[in-house]
Ligand binder design. Sequence first.
Ligand code: IPE
Ligand code: IPE
Ligand code: MG
Length: 236
Amino acid sequence: MRIPQHIAIIMDGNGRWAKARGLNRSMGHQEGVEAVRRITTACSNMGVKYLTLYTFSTENWNRPAPEVAALMQLILEAMEEEIFMKNNVRMRVIGDLSRVPENVLASIRHCEQRTSTNTGMTMVIALSYSSKWEITEAVRQIAREAAEGTRTIESIDETTIDRHLATSFMPDPDLLIRTGGELRLSNYLLWQLAYAEFYFTDTLWPDFDEPHLQAAIEEYNNRERRYGKTSEQVAE
Ligand code: IPE
Ligand code: IPE
Ligand code: MG
């Protein structure tokens, strides 16, 4: 089996998982953290190089304040250095961190720093992230460079844009997985997913485990990535 180098996941369905059990939505998020641990370990063992997890979107700031607070608290608690160290995982965060509470930000920065020399999988937390935010920031920066005269308009190409995105340190995802049954991207990695293979499943994120991940990778192996070419060209 070909293992995707980079897997991106939209972890959706925590609320419905909780509701189905008569529990508070926050309990669903708590169970979602367990799924993150399982899937991070599984991906790391399989040899996945990058795992990017949609943890909190910029639009999620519009949820009721108690749910936002519970999510931030969970993210804070999930920043356990030992778990990353045990798996030799490097942790990085992308997103509009100006909106993230100080204590959460501090624990994330601490983890990023402590794991920066780990040589295994890179786990990327997309927090207060949205693709339109990210692209807007990149455009601003490139425009600034042009205005300051450090680059010409003609020098701007796809690589320039790649390098100005928050994801500049990694290759584009090969496989996108969305749990929870919705068939949409919800403002996730719009530029980077240009040629990714998509896998949607009704399984709710707290129920997602290693066999589900295996099924997604098997399906990925049945896809032919043509990049605009013909099947015959790809077979050559
Ligand atoms: C995904 O689960 C987690 C976040 C968006 C933070 P949801 O909370 O969106 O769960 P559903 O979609 O309401 O079931
Ligand atoms: C997408 O889930 C964001 C994350 C998983 C963090 P949502 O549940 O917020 O997406 P929509 O609003 O249903 O599209
Ligand atoms: Mg949802």
